[in-house]
Ligand binder design. Sequence first.
Ligand code: HEM
Length: 566
Amino acid sequence: MATIVQTLSVHQLSTASWVCLFALLALIAFVIRQSTSPIARIPGPLLTKFTILPIVYQDHIGNRTKWTEGLHRQYGPVVRLSPKEVSVSSSASIRDVFTGSAKAGYYPKAPIFNIFQHYGARNAFSSIHSENHSWRRKIVAGNYAQTAIVAKEAKHGSLWKNVGRFLNMIKREGTTSGSGPAKSIDFFSACRFYAADNVTSHLFIEGSDALDGDQEIRRIIEDSAEGPSDVMSYFKMEFETLNSAIDRIKGMIFSLLNLEQKSTGRSRPATASGKQVDLEQSQWYGGTAIRDWGFKRFLMTRDALEQARIDTSLESPVGAKLAANSMEGEKSGWIDGPPVQDAGIRLLKSSASDEGLLRFYRNEGCASECMDQFLAGLDTVGDTLAYVLQTLSMTENRRSQQALIPECSSLDLPQEYDVPLSSKQLADIQAALYVEAVLKETLRAFPASTTAFQRTVPPGGRMLEGHFVPGDTIIGGIPTTINRDTSVFDRSCTFDVDQWLPQRWLDADDNTLAEMNRRLWTFGSGGRGCIGKHLAILEMKLLIVGIYSRCSTAIDDETPVKVSKK
Ligand code: HEM
């Protein structure tokens, strides 16, 4: 009897013990593996060796950027954010990762860039690898060169016209407060309309008309502002399938309750995983109103090229260059190459020789490129200009505005906006020192994108600042951290890097100024840096001089004005 009891008890214990033992061993193995992995040797909080929870949490509470900045202050220029992600901040590491010299090797973009596709097609911005990126960038690079942007403006004056429209909009739609001639306007929306009209006139045969009051495009632009649910959080990226399922269930509940689910221009579910959009089935081309608008404007531009109403010169819309590439692919007698998982391109193989594969756009690819450039130029320019107007209008910055106004007035610009400014006038505006200082300081202190620009460490890993970072690690840099490097932007300890102070750009000696220009990272750097930088700068400078050569600005808290929605 005693023997039987003993046997049973051993049997019961052994099952539970095996489970515990197995769990314990698995835990020990996990801890050993994580603590001895190469990424564990990179400085960072202990917990980040083992789990993504700290970064998921910081992301969830909207504190990821500040948290990362704090970690750089505590741990140095290379810090571990999770078992698979690292952040860099020093000049050398940023150069290595983002400029990607041939010797150091190329860092592909991180998978998060997949979400920037449109119509199931990639564009330059969302191309992960250099071989998919460089041919795309090459097609439009000439249109974005500084000389081309200035020559186009001197010929057509589209941006200057929009400055006039912006000022007219204030006159027409601004509300009067008090007894003076001052008008109040919601300048966040106004700046987005200005940015939209500019970038679309650069891209298409017919740009948008938001400043003149086209309510439909205004609604589309306002809806396209990124809302909290559009932000691609760490959680959404890590658990994409779960999130898609939640979105589908939400959609079903909305349709069961017969509620209208707002489809913003920004929502990305259709292309989040690179899935192709069914253009026939979708209510709009590409599934959202803004994509539909963009696709149709591209087709209008292509029509104009086919009918020879425009050409592909640098003074023509960028869309014409893209359409010409697509038409060349269609016309060629070459045979199709292997199929590609991208609705936007055709791979063609010469039937006559072994020239290799050539890539050409389909219409979806051209429209995706245009859509990407539209969105890239809308938020960034709109937000930066809103920051310029906001900071200059604050009481504590009154002196900066007082310094800016005489410089803008001295440019002696016409009050006529239908005639393009001359090359000389454009050059004078570009050279105006205080305008430049205000703009650079705004770009430095309030970069339009505050999240990390991410890349993937190439196979085999890389040495960065004496730390080995293994292959496949996600690696990022944050403009706000780099733009606040005290050793560059506050070298003489006269100016606080957290403060908006244009004077720092004027007081710096030549060497410091050159270093500040090199380090200002709001437009990124290297072959994947911002292609639209020169267009953006000219747009912003023209609006600044257009406003401050004629007006002064102040915050009007009493009259919150909303530009009317449909
Ligand atoms: C204040 C204005 C702007 C800012 C701050 C800005 C910022 C940036 C940054 C930081 C990147 C690189 C991101 C990375 O490295 O991961 C980028 C890329 C890009 N930007 Fe801009 N941008 C601005 C205006 C514009 C405009 C006006 C356009 C076009 C009309 C534009 C088109 C693009 C494109 C196409 C890329 C991708 C380039 C490539 O991968 O080859 N941007 N921008």
